[in-house]
Design a protein around this ligand. Structure first.
Ligand code: 13P
Length: 248
């Protein structure tokens, strides 16, 4: 019922020229898959994504967006600009933005609302740091973050929303949450969404797992009932690995 989404977060890797070649290669080698492929790439790569991936069942988007619609905001990129490049998805609230750019839940919620206003699906990231996990407070921490990051976000526009659970201690570390631990958090998130919105809303919404997803652990993670795919960093940069994840 929920189509599996395998979203690659390229972070700040590859030049536009390298991305262009990679996109062409992907289109040439794209396997038959039940999963939906999407690539969240640096802003500079988006025109190439729009040009090359269009019509191939591969979707693209950015890794961040301005909280403002338009104006004198040097260095910012608006949701309207992303919509013009046919972005289907865009990440908000990634832990690297929350920690290196001090993004608050309220700011993340504002960004999610801007995207929804322009018909772009936010991939909203939440997840606890190591000390919170060790203290056993990961569920309440993550649900509180979710609540703050969804302020003012309502159906029907919010129905397309995607949540990504990314425990901070698993990002880029090679440490993955066990499929059981990840599933427990995903179940808690879906339960919370059912209470906040409705069970129909919660049932159709996709919750991705992120944090050291690799071809050798993807099948075990993705086969959990409440894990609807992955938000993948490192392993999405290598074409062979990304294709394996689409087939996991
Ligand atoms: P890694 O897959 O490299 O751990 O990164 C996860 C991530 O941050 C995806 O957004």
């Amino acid at each position: 019922m929920r189509k599996r989404l395998v979203a690659g977060n390229w972070k700040m890797y590859k030049t536009p020229t390298e991305a262009r070649m990679w996109f062409r290669d992907l289109v040439a080698k794209l396997p038959q898959t039940q999963a939906e492929p999407a690539l969240l790439v640096p802003f500079t790569h988006l025109p190439y994504a729009a040009e090359i991936l269009e019509g191939h069942g591969v979707y693209w988007g950015a890794q961040d967006v301005s909280a403002h619609n338009e104006g004198a905001y040097t260095g910012e990129v608006s949701a309207k600009m992303l919509a013009d490049l046919a972005c289907k998805y865009t990440i908000v609230g990634h832990s690297e933005r929350r920690s290196y750019h001090a993004e608050s839940d309220a700011l993340v919620a504002q960004k999610a609302r801007r995207l929804l206003e322009h018909g772009i699906v936010p991939i909203l990231c939440v997840g606890e740091p190591l000390e919170v996990r060790e203290a056993g407070h990961h569920v309440e921490y993550t649900l509180r973050q979710l609540e703050g990051s969804l302020e003012g976000v309502h159906p029907p526009s919010a129905s397309s929303l995607v949540i990504a659970y990314e425990p901070v201690w698993a990002i880029g570390t090679g440490k993955t949450a066990t499929p059981e631990d990840a599933e427990a958090m995903h179940r808690a998130i879906r339960g919370w969404l059912a209470g906040r919105y409705s069970s129909d809303f919660a049932d159709q919404l996709r919750i991705l797992y992120g944090g050291s997803v690799k071809p050798d652990n993807a099948t075990a993670l993705f086969s959990q009932p409440n894990i609807d795919g992955g938000l993948v960093g490192g392993a999405s940069l290598k074409l062979e690995d990304y294709i394996k994840l689409l087939l996991a």
